[in-house]
Ligand binder design. Structure first.
Ligand SMILES: NC(=O)c1ccc[n+]([C@@H]2O[C@H](COP(=O)([O-])OP(=O)(O)OC[C@H]3O[C@@H](n4cnc5c(N)ncnc54)[C@H](OP(=O)(O)O)[C@@H]3O)[C@@H](O)[C@H]2O)c1
Length: 228
């Protein structure tokens, strides 16, 4: 049986790297991207351990030309899942009125518009009912904001949720997931997070596999529906 292919956009470290391991373990072909593939040591080690199953590609989600170049290099392949994992969390302890405008713009492009722009660019490569998954956060829930903090990050993920919902309306045949991975021990999540990368990656892969209904869902790594 031919194996399936997933494109993991932003897999140099953290959750993207964990998802690469998880899908390779499931026997999938994995295309994993890094901003600088020459320095993607962990991905190259993984590629050596899984001969032929992992391709490492260059991508900056903030740069539409980088996305178009990647689509060109992947021409002829079919993607069974697209998962845009990349994200940044700057200015966590700073209220929005103290963030410089260029900082706001950068975080919105990387976290919100860039992922959806990439999904549109990859559209010709996607299998007809391939799920598209955007890594959001529970912090992107407006209803769930009871504590404040992380103002720019929260707003950029709420914007991602909204862009993803418009994307889902343009592609009504497709399951679209905005995924909260849990609070996970990565560079971003920090050492005190309760969930391991392995636990989160396994859970997310199961949630994606189970989600075959077209339309958008805001889910966490255990399959729970989150409030918008
Ligand atoms: N960890 C958590 O608890 C948690 C909770 C909720 C949501 N999330 C979300 O999960 C995703 C992954 O987070 P993480 O915890 O794995 O964080 P991480 O360890 O900081 O990794 C972030 C990843 O995003 C990539 N990236 C950043 N900017 C990029 C760009 N412009 N183009 C392409 N790739 C870019 C990084 O690549 P480089 O290595 O090149 O910098 C890295 O691979 C993010 O979207 C984050 O917001 C995480």
């Amino acid at each position: 049986m031919p194996s399936h292919t997933i494109l993991l956009a932003g897999a140099n470290r953290g959750l993207g790297l964990g998802l690469a391991r998880e899908y390779l373990g499931r026997g999938w072909q994995v295309v994993a991207t890094a901003r600088d593939p020459d320095k993607a040591k962990a991905l190259h080690e993984l590629r050596s351990a899984h001969q032929g199953a992992l391709a490492v590609e260059r991508l900056d989600v903030a740069d539409p030309e980088s996305g178009a170049a990647l689509a060109g290099r992947l021409d002829g392949r079919t993607l069974d899942v697209l998962f845009v994992v990349a994200g940044v969390s700057g200015y966590k302890d700073v209220p929005i009125h103290e963030v410089p405008p260029e900082g706001v713009a950068r975080e919105f492009v990387v976290n919100a518009s860039g992922p959806v722009t990439l999904a549109e660019t990859m559209q010709p490569l996607l299998a007809p009912n391939a799920p598209v998954v955007f890594m959001t956060s529970v912090l992107g829930s407006i209803a769930g904001n009871t504590t404040g903090g992380w103002e720019l990050y929260r707003a950029s993920k709420a914007a991602l949720n909204m862009f993803a919902s418009s994307y889902a309306l343009r592609h009504r045949e497709r399951p679209v997931i905005v995924m909260h991975p849990g609070w996970v021990r990565t560079d971003m999540g920090g050492p005190n997070a309760p969930v391991s990368v392995e636990q989160s990656a396994r859970g997310m892969a199961e949630v994606i596999e189970a989600r075959t209904t077209p339309g958008i869902a805001y889910l966490d790594y255990q399959g729970a529906t989150l409030p918008w």
